[in-house]
Design a protein around this ligand. Structure first.
Ligand SMILES: [Mg+2]
Length: 213
């Protein structure tokens, strides 16, 4: 049976940014943050050119970060911010492929908090980068006897690799690589909307439309 490595993005692909708002509300309700302090943070969250480290932003407002994390863990449900199609997708993916969750972070601690809110993802390979995912994959790709490997997963070889991401710019560096399939998941109201179709990228509106080899 052909083997596949399915690499999926985290933020806005599996995980909803509604978490940011819920985290802020938990901090306000817990008395850690003044309600009127949130306008500038809110603007940064909504800025398509920024991926914010919410912990750093809250820290600048004098919020006790560890207390805010405890409050979020106490008041928000595990896996609550996974999109409704995420778990079904991961079930299909793990039946058909080796799954890796590859995420890009401005703040690694904040990213680790978000991932830890999703215990359903704990058993998958997880790696956090600080740069462009497609560039990283291209730089760490190995080809041997017609098979593909990634230095992040030593000694594992695949017949194909797929990357699923809400950002076209993460997928673009891999256009034209043989034995790759590239899936662009466009969430409603997502940042990073594309302006046109890209040859070599499949644009879908839900993870339910992503197919495995
Ligand atoms: Mg993303």
């Amino acid at each position: 049976m052909p083997t596949t490595l399915a690499i999926t993005d985290f933020d806005r692909t599996l995980f909803s940014p509604d978490f940011y708002q819920a985290f802020i509300e938990a901090a306000i309700n817990g008395g850690l943050l003044a309600p009127d302090a949130t306008a500038s943070i809110q603007a940064a969250i909504n800025d398509p050119n920024k991926t914010i480290d919410l912990l750093a932003a809250l820290g600048e407002h004098g919020v006790d970060i560890e207390a805010a994390i405890r409050l979020a863990r106490a008041t928000l449900a595990p896996n609550q911010f996974l999109y409704p199609d995420a778990l079904g997708f991961l079930d299909r993916a793990s039946a058909a492929a080796t799954v890796m969750i590859m995420t890009t972070a401005t703040g690694r601690y904040w990213q680790s908090i978000k991932l830890s809110m999703c215990p359903a993802l704990a058993n998958f390979h997880q790696i956090t980068l600080s740069g462009n995912k497609g560039v990283h994959i291209k730089a760490n790709l190995q080809r041997r006897a017609g098979r593909l490997g990634l230095r992040d997963l030593p000694n594992q070889w695949f017949d194909s690799i797929m990357l699923v991401d809400d950002r076209v710019d993460a997928l673009m560096p891999l256009i034209g690589q043989s034995d790759f399939t590239l899936w662009h998941v466009e969430r409603p109201l997502a940042k990073y909307q594309r302006e046109r179709d890209y040859v070599g990228i499949r644009h879908v509106s839900s993870l339910n439309e992503v197919q495995f080899p």
